[in-house]
Design a protein around this ligand. Structure first.
Ligand SMILES: NC(=O)c1ccc[n+]([C@@H]2O[C@H](COP(=O)([O-])OP(=O)(O)OC[C@H]3O[C@@H](n4cnc5c(N)ncnc54)[C@H](OP(=O)(O)O)[C@@H]3O)[C@@H](O)[C@H]2O)c1
Length: 394
């Protein structure tokens, strides 16, 4: 029988508790939690107090702990924990997309320098197996595009806005109560969280390693009742869509809300579910859907990484090592709908305008604009402006 793996877990919030639950309901994995490091010792916990410590070193310096599982909601502390664990040659599993996206290069180097695996399936779309699929199944240059709904919390909010007529803040509060939202919900609603996931996907899909600021993100926080009504009148809903696509040897990426026809596959992705459409030169479209948030679904992806470590799995970063020579570009034209009240978008920023509408309390235009230009527009910062991609885009 293979040796039992001892786990040192950091964090016992939504995902930490999810991992505890799923680990205790499977007999297929020979792993046990030895210690859990948390921040607030005074909090009441649902399991035996002897599990807990507030000392990182109790886990990091314990020679019996083979795998460190990082499930905290702080970025700097998480990077310190993951770096020290890798330096001590302890394999690491993490769900922390922000920490990974902001430190990708350093984390790659640590894995190579210390020849130690670092797995993070749960960081992208929680329960959907994305990264291992990109690494193992789509391990060649025939993949052309990955797009989808990568954030459970905003999708939950949008579903409630469209299907139940809830107000934005009410829907956000429900998402928070159910553990779907990040501790800082602006990461979700401003489209940062799905952008971090897109950054990770770009590495495994196309071998392109970027910094978060390189990718344009626009959130759903400014959507007004009038925008929802406009979408409904067109038989559309609005989804926060992250996309990366290869055209010849150039790859573009963005995360922007988009009008989606009610019959569209992405519109079938509701509540906290995430959905991903992969497109290959010959395989054409494939669609993956699954819970993109919540303790148990995320815990099950963490468990799958722990299980993968039992057979020495590690990411080979195949696309990076294939030297595909793809170039990241923001030089693409997008067709966007912009609604506004306090400020008017500068029409000179657009290549063309096809619709301009003004009525009391509701102004909007539809026009074509270069993505690189859009990223720099000052009027985007106004809180009465909302931008939604039309359906006429790549
Ligand atoms: N929630 C989801 O659906 C979901 C899905 C995918 C990925 N994730 C990612 O999973 C991670 C955890 O999310 P969560 O929702 O479980 O967060 P959470 O419910 O807020 O729990 C965070 C946990 O981290 C602990 N913690 C915070 N700072 C710490 C530190 N410096 N040292 C030790 N422990 C510390 C907290 O300790 P106390 O209990 O003492 O406060 C708490 O137990 C995040 O990176 C998140 O992005 C979450």
């Amino acid at each position: 029988m293979e040796r039992k793996i001892n786990l040192g877990v950091f964090g016992f919030g939504c995902v930490g508790q999810g991992l505890y639950t799923v680990l205790h309901q499977t007999r297929g994995i020979n792993a046990e939690i030895k210690k859990i490091c948390i921040k607030h010792p005074e909090k009441k916990r649902p399991i035996d107090p002897s599990f807990f410590t507030t000392s990182r070193d109790e886990i990091l310096n314990d020679p019996e702990i083979d795998v460190v599982v990082e499930l905290i909601d702080e970025v700097e502390a998480a990077f310190e924990i993951v770096s020290s664990a890798l330096r001590k040659k302890k394999a690491v599993v993490s769900a922390n997309k922000k920490m990974i996206a902001e430190n990708f290069e350093a984390l790659l180097k640590l894995q190579r320098d210390y020849n130690t695996p670092f797995l993070y399936e749960a960081s992208c779309c929680a329960s959907i197996p994305v990264i291992r699929n990109l690494e193992e199944y789509y391990d060649n240059d025939l993949l052309t595009s990955v797009e989808g709904i990568l954030n459970g919390s905003t999708n939950y909010i949008l579903t409630h806005l469209f299907e139940h007529g809830l107000r934005f803040n009410e829907a956000l509060k429900r998402a928070q109560e159910l553990g779907f939202a990040e501790s800082d919900p602006s990461l979700d609603v401003k489209g940062l969280d799905p952008k971090y996931k897109l950054l990770i996907i770009l590495v495994h899909a196309f071998g392109i390693l970027l910094k978060p600021d390189d990718i344009f993100n626009y959130g759903i926080q400014n959507l007004k009742d009038a925008d929802i009504r406009y979408a409904r009148e067109k038989n559309d809903s609005i989804k926060l869509v992250a996309k990366c696509k290869k055209m010849d040897n150039k790859v573009f990426a963005y995360c922007i809300p988009r009008f989606v026809a009610l019959s569209d596959t992405l519109n079938k992705v509701t509540y906290e579910y995430n959905g991903l459409l992969m497109e290959g030169a010959f395989s054409e479209h494939q669609f993956f859907m699954g819970k993109g948030a919540g303790g148990n679904p995320t815990g099950s992806a963490v468990l799958s990484d722990i299980s993968a470590l039992t057979y020495q799995y590690r990411y080979e970063y195949k696309k990076l090592s294939q030297n595909l020579d793809y170039e990241f570009t923001q030089n693409i034209e997008l067709e966007i709908y912009v609604s506004y009240n306090n400020v008017s978008p500068d029409l000179n920023d657009f290549d063309s305008i096809s619709v301009k509408h003004a009525s009391p309390g509701f102004n909007y235009l539809i026009g074509k604009i270069n993505l690189a230009k859009l990223k720099q527009c000052d009027w985007l910062q106004d809180e009465t402006v909302s931008v939604v991609l039309t359906e006429n885009n790549f």
